[in-house]
Design a protein around this ligand. Structure first.
Ligand SMILES: NC(=O)c1ccc[n+]([C@@H]2O[C@H](COP(=O)([O-])OP(=O)(O)OC[C@H]3O[C@@H](n4cnc5c(N)ncnc54)[C@H](O)[C@@H]3O)[C@@H](O)[C@H]2O)c1
Ligand SMILES: [Zn+2]
Ligand SMILES: [Zn+2]
Length: 365
């Protein structure tokens, strides 16, 4: 079928909104009419080559919409269902069977392979030349997408689909890091480096936990102000010495830190912010082939450094849970969102880059 999608024509290029051809769903897949798709920093670093997804192709991995058709063997959704598109997974490897599909052994090809596991793609230009598809199993910067049905999370028809896509990646990543991995105990301290949508979701989630000291660190005063409104008990201007500030606020080192900027320099600050038996979570997406160094002794003394993909856990648990917290007024993630029409996709990325907008969401109609 003919659809409209934002194509990345080549590495580093602007998005180009084009008419393209979309395949029918293969077995195990569903055709989704995309209502809206969030813009994640990971789309941007992929456009610039830090994930191996090959251009030309369509990015977008925070889609939400309506099921229009399903391929053979799909039983978890039917046409008409409203869905958020979660992360892809194979369902058969050891980690999937262990209930940890974020660490599916196939996660690399499933998120950035550029097509289906059999090598086919779901998208082509009208002249028949293939476009890479299935970015994070979805490629949702368009009016429609073909997705692996096992990643779909059905939601109530009464919910606003134009808000929900970011729960699948950026917002779910920050919140899931707190709820699924760090699980701060009563009276603990949490330092969040980077008050973008990922970091602020972590702040909101920490506010729902027993953590009593929640520190947000960022370069942008506006984001620090919002962090305070969303639950940070303290904010730190990153231009100061943030580790010294953390020590002063906590009266020593913190229990938990989250690196949500993608900067290796900040990662070191986050690691240095936690002490013995403290945990530092790596979340930000750094440039391809980035490496980091740590202080040996202070790490050896019982410090944990843990990488976290997509907030861990399972989309079918994380997304409905966050929706319920939002409905109860305890997780106001809608405050992060600004909507743009698909045609303004380049403006949406620029606005996020400049910092004026936290979480752009592209609306398809
Ligand atoms: N691990 C995962 O599964 C996963 C999922 C989604 C996003 N990500 C990554 O998480 C990161 C955050 O995503 P986002 O959408 O919130 O991005 P964002 O750009 O909106 O937020 C990053 C924030 O970091 C701040 N920052 C930059 N330099 C800083 C410094 N030196 N000290 C403190 N703060 C600084 C920026 O001002 C900004 O507010 C990105 O790198 C993204 O690629 C990872
Ligand atoms: Zn798997
Ligand atoms: Zn993302």
């Amino acid at each position: 079928m003919r659809i409209t999608a934002a194509v990345v024509p080549e590495l580093h290029a602007d998005f180009r909104v084009e008419e393209v051809e979309l395949d029918d769903p293969h077995p195990g897949e569903a055709l989704i009419r995309i209502v809206a798709c969030g813009v994640c920093h990971t789309d941007d670093i992929t456009r610039h080559g830090d994930l191996p997804f090959p251009p030309p192709g369509v990015l977008g991995h925070e889609g939400a919409g309506v099921v229009e058709a399903v391929g053979d063997g799909v039983t978890n959704v039917t046409p008409g269902d409203h869905v958020v598109i979660g992360w892809p997974f194979c369902g058969e490897c050891r980690n999937c069977l262990d209930g940890q599909p974020r660490y599916c052994f196939q996660i690399g090809p499933l998120v950035a392979g550029g097509g289906r596991p059999d090598g086919s793609t779901a998208l082509a230009r009208p002249d028949g030349s293939p476009l890479h598809s299935h970015f994070f199993g979805q490629s949702a910067f368009g009016t429609h997408a073909i997705v692996g049905a096992n990643a779909l999370v059905p939601v109530a028809q009464s919910l606003p689909l134009d808000l929900l896509g970011p729960l699948a990646c950026g917002v779910g990543t920050g919140a899931g890091a707190i709820f699924n991995v760090l699980r701060p105990e009563l009276g603990s301290s949490v330092v969040v480096y980077g008050a973008g949508s990922v970091g602020l979701a972590a702040v909101m989630a920490a506010r729902c936990s027993g953590a009593t000291t929640i520190i947000a660190v960022d370069l942008q005063p506006g984001r620090l102000k919002l962090a305070s409104e969303l639950g940070a008990t303290h904010t730190v201007d990153a231009r100061e010495d943030p580790v010294a500030a953390v020590k002063e606020i906590c009266g020593g080192l913190a229990d938990f830190s989250l690196e949500c900027t993608g900067s290796i320099e900040v990662l070191r600050q986050a690691a240095d912010s936690v002490g013995m038996r403290g945990t530092c979570a790596l979340i930000g997406g750094a440039p391809a082939k980035a490496e980091f160094t740590l202080d040996h002794v202070s790490t050896l003394w019982g410090k944990r450094i843990v990488g976290i993909l997509g907030g861990e856990g399972r989309s079918v648990q994380l997304i409905p849970g966050l929706i319920e917290l939002w409905q109860q007024g305890r997780f106001p993630f809608d405050r992060l969102i600004s909507t743009f029409p698909l045609e303004q996709i380049n403006d949406a990325f620029a606005a996020a880059h400049e910092g004026g907008v936290l979480k752009p969401v592209l609306k398809m109609d």
